[in-house]
Design a protein around this ligand. Structure first.
Ligand SMILES: C[S@@+](CC[C@H](N)C(=O)[O-])C[C@H]1O[C@@H](n2cnc3c(N)ncnc32)[C@H](O)[C@@H]1O
Length: 283
């Protein structure tokens, strides 16, 4: 029996390795986009619209399950026309069903496009201008499913009341797509409040990294750096392992994934059970 098991494992591993080879991996993804398959498998193969949002919500759901949580919230900061938010809402609905948990979705946006800039290079006036990416609020609201809510207004003004009056469960995943340093800095306050009831680590996606005009003294990189300088209880770091053993490991969106590590909660954690062993990676 151990021999049969080893052979089956080796066969599966070989099949998997072949399937991951270009161009076969393209065929595998093409097929997976068209057939019914478990969501973790679809996510693993990037076989979905907005694969970065499927990955973020999936990881949030898996982290929540591991901590015994049955309800989480995920958010997109900066929604414009709503394509990303609608994809996030769909993925959340499907994953909620898959994992048997409740996933609330929130979309934050000014509604009127990019707000007034901070006045210097930090908001990248070389890449955007005020008023870019307006939203048709009523139209988007009508298109959203019941699990999703818009929070309209400048994030400078909406995040604090949202945390105080609306958010009643742990935050699972946040996607930042606000373009501006000043907006991202204000929106990152949503992460500052992570505490005892929350996840040990929260996946964060930053859409505006790595363009030819990007650098550390402006935009999202500067907002992240300042957040880390000003917060002792949370640290935001790039999730280098996010791409590990994935068939499309070079997908650019994987480099835009970070984790907010909840340091106070990690200090109090204690693992129990058998000794950890080196194990094979599996999805
Ligand atoms: C690039 S668009 C978002 C695109 C969207 N995520 C998608 O996938 O289609 C940027 C959005 O951020 C919003 N935004 C930027 N700064 C903001 C702020 N301070 N408060 C609220 N919304 C803001 C703008 O209104 C704009 O709609």
């Amino acid at each position: 029996m151990p021999l049969a098991n080893s052979l089956t494992k080796a066969f599966n591993q070989t099949l998997f390795t072949i399937a991951c080879e270009p161009p076969i991996r393209l065929l595998a993804r093409w097929i997976l986009r068209r057939v019914k398959a478990p969501l973790p498998v679809k996510s693993f193969w990037d076989a979905a619209d907005y694969p970065q949002y499927l990955f973020g919500v999936l990881k949030a759901a898996q982290f929540a399950r591991a901590q015994g949580l049955t309800r989480i919230a995920v958010a997109e900061m900066g929604c414009a026309g709503g394509r990303g938010l609608l994809a996030m809402a769909r993925h959340a609905q499907d994953l909620a069903r898959h994992f048997g948990i409740d996933i609330r979705v929130y979309g934050f946006d000014a509604g009127t496009g990019l707000p007034t800039f901070c006045g210097d290079y930090r908001d990248h006036p070389d890449a955007w201008k005020a008023g870019d990416f307006p939203m048709d609020v009523d139209r988007l609201r009508q298109a959203l499913p019941a699990n999703t809510q818009l929070v309209i207004g400048n994030v400078e003004d909406t995040v604090a009341p949202f945390l105080r009056d609306e958010l009643d469960c742990p935050l699972g995943f946040v996607a930042f797509d606000l373009d501006l340093y000043s907006s991202t800095r204000a929106a990152l306050r949503i992460v500052e409040q992570l505490g005892e009831r929350d996840l040990l680590r929260v996946p964060l996606y930053f859409d505006d990294l790595g363009y030819d005009w990007s650098h550390r003294r402006a935009g999202e990189p500067l907002a992240i750096e300042e957040f880390n300088r000003e917060n002792d209880a949370i640290i935001i770091e790039q999730w280098l392992h996010a791409s590990a053993a994935r068939p499309f490991h070079e997908a650019p969106w994987l480099k835009r994934f970070f984790l907010a590590h909840n340091l106070a909660k990690i200090s109090k954690s204690q693992l129990v059970g058998e000794a950890n062993r080196v194990h094979d990676l599996a999805y």
